[in-house]
Write a protein that binds this ligand. Sequence first.
Ligand code: PAF
Length: 280
Amino acid sequence: MMIAKTPSDLRHYLGTIKQERIALVPTMGCLHAGHISLIRKAKRLADIVVVSIYVNPLQFGENEDFGQYPRVFEDDAAICKAEGVDCIFHPHNLYTDDGAKITLQVHNLDKPLCGASRMGHFDGVVTVVNILFNVVQPNIAVFGEKDWQQLAIIHRMVSDLHMPIEIVGSEIIREDDGLAMSSRNRYLNKQERALAPKLYNTLQSMQSFASQTHHIENILQHGLAQLEPHPIAVEYLDIRDERSLQSVRRMDENIQPRIFIAAKIGNTRLLDNAPLFPKI
Ligand code: PAF
């Protein structure tokens, strides 16, 4: 397995394997079973799999956890090796020393959900993903569906900017009790961890409630009532269209409604999402 630390190392390596179908799995490291499922999907879809590991400063706000974000490169490299990854791209810094002077900007799609409290976050994400796409020039890139808003924005970036890259979403991998896997789950203490599956339980309860009524406000109230007795600070619980991320207030056959939740348990911010009407 090749470990490339600079764009030129990576280009040099990729130059030796011309003509093959390349899949990129962009990550910030601290790899878990969710990432492993992205890597396995990438391996099924391409000949060469590149995993990028880069904690992107541009997507963290001033009061966010950029400094504390877990960096465990040795463990990550062992996982990649065991999974048969061809190359890890692990740059020290992807921006010029005097800072990023040219960036991309998301319009509207970054206003709701996570974008509402994380100003500039998605601009940072699309900027770094664009750099990674330019360096790796993959045929395919695989992203987790847990960060659904990110995935929807990247789909739109590729389409608006005519990038010849197929974006593949990979389904959320959950712990046995339903908690969506995330690198941030390791911040939870024992009591918080015990509470964390309530987020997914709430989404499931809303799905079953939606089989009795299509009244969106009632479904949302039902969800909030599930969380209310617990020390869980809900940032948002919303039902939006999967692609446009527009708020759904009435059911309509052109809409693919999805439930989105972000909540803090202690100091840890957790995300989850699920289709309002799961496919049976
Ligand atoms: O989902 C992530 O881990 C990051 O947002 C990504 C896509 C690797 C960009 O830094």
